[in-house]
Design a protein around this ligand. Sequence first.
Ligand SMILES: [Zn+2]
Length: 53
Amino acid sequence: MPKKSPWHSIKQSVHHNNTNCNTGNNIEKENLRTGAGGKPLCQECEKLSQQGR
Ligand SMILES: [Zn+2]
């Protein structure tokens, strides 16, 4: 599964760690930050991880 170091958007209240996550991939560059930012994991990323993707 494509694992990556976490990233987040300053406009969202969650962080992402799965490169198949649509929400995570749609973050505009200017809002993109590396790290979890102290935010909980995105539900889509969590689901993808559970499915082994
Ligand atoms: Zn996500």
